[in-house]
Design a protein around this ligand. Structure first.
Ligand code: C2E
Ligand code: CA
Ligand code: CA
Length: 692
């Protein structure tokens, strides 16, 4: 048993002995230091670490009361018992008031053992309680949640650090103030007051949680718990969690998901939802009809090729402004695609529509002044009319089909009817089937075309080219369905399936012991700017255990220039993961060298158009040579596409083109047919077998 360290303040040796005896009789193991003056007392108090002080009241050079005061100041937790001769009642009370733990008269020494034991037990209990209290306070004050205790009048009795930090500041501190004064937004004071005061009645589980605005616009979810009378004053404990940041993040995600960031108009997804509501709410049997009009702007791509994107933005904003004047009541307005806007409104009868449409077109055709220049933007319109039971998604697609018809025939507007030109109908049919394709990605088949070193013919890459094994129409080439899928906004999803299919093929080859070179995948503009691109790539690479350097992404030059800053940011992310990048169809678009310098890409793909006529058209040869030289300056490799003859190969090698792709080496073939190239590592030029 550990000895009890006793600091005894006593000048009489006999009395000290009596104390010792009394403790011994009580079977208390003790280690006693006896002192009689102030300086020794102070010294032992700090160096001996006594568990208890036993002090005589009367000392020749010191006083027991003074010793008590010193203990109060320096070691307030050590129990202090007076062991003294007579002590008048008044003094006894005074000593207790000063903080003495107990007193034992010298002629009642038999009580000492019990007094010491009790004093030590109490001290231990207090120390434990204190530690517990510190623990509680630390937990409360380091909690992110705001915690306050309220009395029955809603006044604050306790508040943790987080709560104090949130509360509206008050000079005198917040304790004692009503909860609502400190934690409710000013306009909600009364409502919050009633809420708190009625907690007694509503303290049913569900209603004790509520959300409210607090100081500085913070949004807090409060939960109230009752103390059920276990505390003399506190009635409720409220804990609050600040959800402002989550709420804002959710709002932002919702915005990005449902609106076009550039114009803040609803996007296709929101438009579809709004249109659904609009149609649902239309009074049944009324004479009004809901029409959907899609406006397609012309020329934008041409302007984009030669001017800065800010001009385009200004032109688009002016168009939006003009379309907005059309929105008087519940009319809907949205941006469906880069150059497509949608309106939906009610018309009384057909003649109404026929007067309205030219009016909108007329407005849109008025010249637009931007930075001192004047632009006329040609536009066409496609219209569809709602009838009960028709799905809004169909309304949009019909209007789009009508728009394509209008564009093809250069008609101002076309109203959808089932007798639209066969081309427009086929398109609509194809689009419907593309929606189903997402559910059947196995209908997508990937073909691969080799890319070789221009001089050694070593296999250095493969380009993945998608085909659609169409249930009705057989194997379909991408030119027929990719543009439709792009316009319908389906490319991000289809592209995801393409990436998975390519990764699966790479894994299959690797499992057969082959080491495929990097495989290039074509990425559409929408797919590239989709926030899911990186996630989809990572997921596919993980699922099939494919390394990033096995993949290259091809983005066309025109797609890369749509939003160059955004393109650079995404490219940097991809490069940092280790995925390679190439600019496709280079030379056709508006090549902005300052951006090209900043695009962190590995390769440029010289557009087929230059290669096609390279032997006959000296301009094409000169442009190709210039592009190759410039790319090398920027440390980029160049791939020439569409190489069909040995003469073309020769001219391109002389121009120092690095890599060659084209029918001369092979047409694109299914994955299984590529194994020979992978095994041999080189591909020989052949007489091209043109694809059927
Ligand atoms: P691209 O990316 O420029 O692909 C090259 C196209 O040229 C391919 O057509 C290829 O078969 C063809 N080609 C290759 N060598 C020669 C040649 O020597 N002479 C000629 N005349 N043509 C040659 P394909 O497979 O029909 O693809 C057409 C376009 O469809 C591609 O052009 C690309 O823009 C798009 N595409 C193909 N696959 C995908 C894909 O998986 N995703 C996306 N977003 N687009 C794709
Ligand atoms: Ca390509
Ligand atoms: Ca190309």
């Amino acid at each position: 048993m550990q000895k009890i360290r006793v600091l005894m303040l006593e000048d009489m040796a006999t009395d000290a002995e009596l104390v010792r005896l009394a403790l011994g009789r009580a079977n208390l193991p003790v280690d006693i230091r006896c002192v009689a003056d102030e300086s020794l007392y102070r010294e032992e108090l700090s160096s001996f670490h006594p568990d208890i002080v036993l002090a005589d009241y009367h000392l020749p050079d010191f006083s027991g009361l003074k010793a008590l005061q010193i203990r109060n100041a320096e070691k307030p937790d050590i129990p202090f018992i007076f062991v003294t001769g007579s002590l008048g009642e008044e003094r006894a009370v005074e000593t207790l008031r000063e903080g003495a733990t107990d007193f034992v008269l010298k002629d009642r020494m038999a009580r000492l053992g019990a007094a010491v034991t009790r004093a030590l037990d109490d001290a231990r209990r207090e120390a434990a309680q204190k530690a517990e209290q510190v623990l509680h306070n630390t937990i409360l004050n380091t909690a992110q949640a705001m915690i306050v205790a309220l009395d029955e009048h809603g006044r604050i009795l306790h508040a943790n650090t987080a709560a104090v930090a949130l509360a509206r500041p008050s000079e005198t501190g917040i304790l004692g103030l009503p909860f609502w004064d400190c934690f409710a937004e000013v306009r909600d004071l009364e409502q919050t007051r009633l809420k708190i005061l009625s907690l007694t009645e509503v303290i049913q589980e569900a209603e004790t949680v509520w959300q409210m605005f607090g100081p500085r616009g913070r949004i807090i979810v409060w939960t109230a718990g009752s103390l059920h009378g276990h505390h003399p004053l506190a009635r409720w404990v409220l804990s609050g969690i600040d959800i402002t940041d989550q709420q804002h993040a959710q709002e932002k995600a919702y915005f990005l998901d449902h609106f076009d960031a550039a114009t803040t108009l609803p996007n296709r997804r929101l438009f579809q939802l709004q249109l659904q509501q609009y149609c649902d709410n239309a009074p049944a049997g009324a004479k009004v009809q809901i029409v959907t009009v899609i406006v397609g702007l012309g020329r934008i791509q041409d302007i984009r090729d030669s001017y800065d994107e800010t001009i385009i933005q200004k032109i688009l904003m002016e168009i939006v402004q003009r379309l907005r004047t059309w929105q008087v009541n519940h009319e809907l307005l949205a941006r469906l695609g880069d150059v497509d806007f949608a309106l939906a409104f009610e018309v009384e009868q057909n003649s109404d529509l026929e007067s309205t449409l030219p009016f909108i077109l007329h407005e849109l055709h008025e010249p637009i002044e931007v930075d001192g220049a004047s632009w006329v933007i040609p536009c066409h319109m496609g219209v569809s009319v709602h009838y009960p039971g028709k799905k809004p998604s169909l309304l949009i697609r019909e209007a789009e089909a009508a728009l394509h018809d209008a564009q093809a025939r250069d008609a101002a507007y076309v109203c959808y009817n089932p007798h639209l030109s066969s081309k427009a109908r086929e398109r609509l049919q194809l689009e419907t089937e593309l929606h189903q394709l997402i559910q059947h990605p196995e209908q997508l088949v990937m073909y691969y075309q080799p890319q070789v070193d221009a001089t050694t013919h070593r296999l250095i890459g493969l380009e993945a080219l998608v085909r659609w094994r169409h249930p009705r129409l057989g194997l379909m080439l991408p030119v027929r369905f990719i543009p439709v899928a792009e316009l319908a906004g389906l490319m991000p999803a289809l592209g995801g399936e393409i990436i998975r299919s390519v990764c699966r093929q790479i894994a299959d080859w690797q499992q057969e012991g082959l080491s495929p070179p990097p495989v290039a995948v074509n990425i559409s503009a929408d797919e590239f700017s989709s926030p899911d691109l990186i996630g989809r790539l990572k997921e596919a690479m993980t699922d099939f255990n494919v390394a990033p350097h096995n993949l290259e992404l091809e983005l066309t030059e025109s797609a890369s220039m749509k939003n160059p800053e955004q393109t650079i940011a995404t490219m940097n992310q991809l490069i940092s993961i280790g995925i390679r990048l190439a600019i496709d169809d280079f030379g056709t678009g508006y090549s902005n060298l300052s951006y090209l310098k900043r695009f962190p890409v590995n390769r440029l793909k010289l557009d087929q158009a230059f290669v096609r006529d390279i032997l006959t058209d000296s301009d094409d040869l000169a442009i190709s040579q210039a592009i190759i030289a410039m790319a090398h300056q920027l440390r980029l490799e160049v791939v020439a596409e569409g190489v069909e003859s040995l003469q073309q190969l020769k001219v391109l090698s002389q121009a120092r083109c690095d890599h060659i792709q084209g029918y001369l080496f092979s047409i694109p073939l299914p994955g299984d047919a590529c194994k020979a190239w992978l095994q041999q590592g080189v591909v020989s030029p052949t007489t091209p077998v043109l694809p059927v």
